[in-house]
Write a protein that binds this ligand. Structure first.
Ligand SMILES: [Zn+2]
Length: 183
């Protein structure tokens, strides 16, 4: 992943992460949300954390899984968008010796997008009740929590495949028309 937009990626990640927590908090009384949370707690209960201990704070686990999932999708989409903008600039006014490197980095944008969007293991709970250390979950986000986040929070705007992310795909294709080695 190109590094020049790291700070902005982190910003997008934080905004979506905290907004997801706020959304679940505000909507907690909604029957569909309450049902989702209830099922999520059962799903994570007793599953392994990275430390080898079992999940015993199911509510935190599922809340962090949802927030991390939404944030990861949004920031990965943004990272691809920012990278393409960067390469459009570099390839629009290429320094004589920079084209090959810019092309080789641009060529990785679609596959990096697909790899990031396939990530499913997200979230954490605290190591122990009074600890400030995060202990990552090892169980992939549940299918129904993921589908809910995709549909309700991300409004089905962030597909798994770069080829279906049309605003990104169109920009990549425009670059590939000028630089056929991107195909
Ligand atoms: Zn969080």
């Amino acid at each position: 992943m190109a590094t020049c937009f790291t700070f902005s990626n982190a910003g997008v990640q934080s905004i979506y992460h905290e907004a997801t927590h706020a959304w679940f908090d505000i909507k907690s009384a909604r029957p569909d949300v309450a049902g989702l949370v209830k099922r999520g707690k059962v799903y994570y209960s007793g599953s392994l954390r990275s430390s080898g201990q079992k999940v015993d704070d199911e509510d935190r686990a599922l809340q962090e899984a949802a927030a991390a999932y939404v944030a990861h999708r949004a920031s990965s989409y943004f990272a691809a968008y920012a990278s393409l903008s960067n390469y459009e600039k570099l390839l629009g006014h290429p320094p004589a010796n920079g084209v090959t490197q810019a092309l080789s980095m641009a060529r990785r944008v679609p596959s990096e997008y697909d790899i990031r969007m396939a990530d499913r293991v997200m979230g954490y709970q605290m190591m122990s009740r009074f600890s400030s250390v995060q202990d990552p979950l090892t169980k992939p986000i549940s299918t129904d929590l993921r589908a809910f986040c995709d549909r309700v929070l991300l409004e089905l705007r962030i597909p798994d495949s770069f080829n279906l992310a049309l605003p990104l795909k169109r920009r990549y294709d425009a670059l590939a028309q000028k630089f056929p080695t991107l195909r």
